[in-house]
Ligand binder design. Structure first.
Ligand SMILES: [Zn+2]
Length: 407
């Protein structure tokens, strides 16, 4: 039965890879337009920003999304920033499209589409950056392309999901999350109907060895429940960061008690420089990340209950979590913030169950090494091999116990 099952999975995998959901060519087309010199770096409230916004509207219309701004698809907002030392009040705009499935709850899929323009708005890291176009291909034409492609996929998949989807691209992000802050203060749909928010900021530079960085992991246990298996399916390594507060728009939603998750392929030497250009994008890599995110959205949609919001702990950049050869067969309690690894679930016939580990146990040592957080646990797992037997120290009902686990 085991072999039959693996064969079915293998066939399903092959079929999936032939009929790829996301095409590198389509992603390239979006990024090459948004990050072209014509758009002059999409500075908030600039002509380039407006032209990018028009492009996004055209894509939302083509997908058949309903307008979800305050002025059609647009949601204009006032923004004040300094240009050459003088403060100016200007108008930026978010762009929002709604896939209405007639459901009570909505999942938000977002990315910022503004960038640094021609370097007058500050935060450029290029020397002599004034009057030079900052194309922002990775930051964040890549995430914008992600929103457009996910909108196209979900609007065209002939499935009526149990949730609606709000596709939204923010401006004013580079000036301090202005557009997303404005959205959550003046939402065009009630905030209490939002189940979760998924953000993409810089997803264009996938490096296979490093994988992706998933933030907001600690804002709901649902991310730890769903993402590990889905990442494996796309053969994507990942690193997690528990915090819901970070340098992108998911923060605005997290601060309204909405579970958030943010995808990022990591920083690089072209970050916030005039050299962040389309030819440096890994288009195939982005297609795989979008496949992972669409799988995540589908799994999230099928959950029987809405994801529970958890106030996440401090920012914590963790170790790579997907390259270990052994596991205990436990579901960690991602919302537990004390010392050790708290067990939320135990898989049948796996090492932990065989060793007598039960739900509620808190593992404090593994193979002689102390476990402070889930990240320590993941790091320690990476040091062990199949067939090895190690001691596990755990807390159960105030008592310390030691059991032997064979991987
Ligand atoms: Zn960005």
């Amino acid at each position: 039965m085991k072999y039959l099952f693996s064969t079915i999975l293998a066939v399903a995998f092959v079929l999936e890879s032939f009929g790829q959901r996301f095409q590198a060519g389509a992603i390239r087309k979006h990024i090459e337009f948004l990050a072209s010199d014509d758009l002059e770096g999409r500075g908030t409230a600039s002509l380039g920003e407006i032209r990018a916004a028009n492009y996004i509207v055209a894509a939302f219309k083509a997908a058949g999304l309903k307008p979800a701004g305050t002025r059609g698809y647009f949601q204009p907002f006032e923004v004040t920033f300094g240009i050459d030392g003088e403060a100016h009040d200007l108008t930026g705009r978010n762009v929002a499209g709604f896939l209405d499935n007639g459901a009570p709850k909505t999942i938000v899929i977002g990315a910022h589409y503004d960038h640094l323009g021609k370097g007058f708005q500050g935060s450029s890291l290029s020397p002599d950056s004034k009057n030079k176009i900052h194309n922002g291909a990775d930051d964040n034409a890549s995430g914008t392309a992600g929103v457009l492609e996910l909108a196209r996929y979900f609007a065209g998949n002939n499935v009526k999901e149990k949730h609606n989807f709000l596709f939204i691209t923010f401006s004013g992000e580079e000036l301090g999350l202005i557009g997303s802050k404005h959205y959550v203060e003046k939402p065009t749909l009630p905030l209490n109907t939002f189940s979760a928010m998924i953000n993409m900021d810089m997803i264009g530079r996938l490096d296979e060895r490093k994988g992706i960085i998933v933030s907001g992991w600690g804002t709901s246990s649902v991310w730890g429940k769903l993402i590990p298996d889905l990442a494996k399916r796309q053969n994507l390594k990942y690193t997690v960061d528990s915090s819901g507060v970070g340098a992108s728009d998911h923060t605005s939603f997290y601060l309204k008690n909405i579970p958030v998750v943010q995808f990022f392929t990591g920083s690089h030497g072209d970050y916030h420089k005039i050299s962040d250009d389309p030819e440096k994008i890994n288009y195939e890599g982005e297609a795989r990340i979008l496949a992972l995110i669409s799988d995540l959205l589908e799994s999230l949609d099928k959950e029987t209950a809405d994801p529970e919001f958890v106030t996440a702990g401090n920012p914590h950049s963790g170790a790579t979590t997907s390259n270990f050869k052994v596991t205990l067969g436990v579901m960690p309690d991602y919302s537990y913030t004390g010392e050790g690894l708290k067990i939320d679930g135990v898989s049948k016939a796996r090492p932990a169950e065989k060793a007598g580990i039960v739900v509620g146990d808190i593992i404090t040592k593994l193979g002689g090494e102390p476990i402070g957080t889930i990240y320590d646990y993941m790091e320690i797992l990476g040091k062990h091999e199949k067939g090895e037997t190690v001691e596990v120290e755990l807390q159960r009902g105030g008592e310390t116990k030691v059991v032997k686990v064979t991987f």
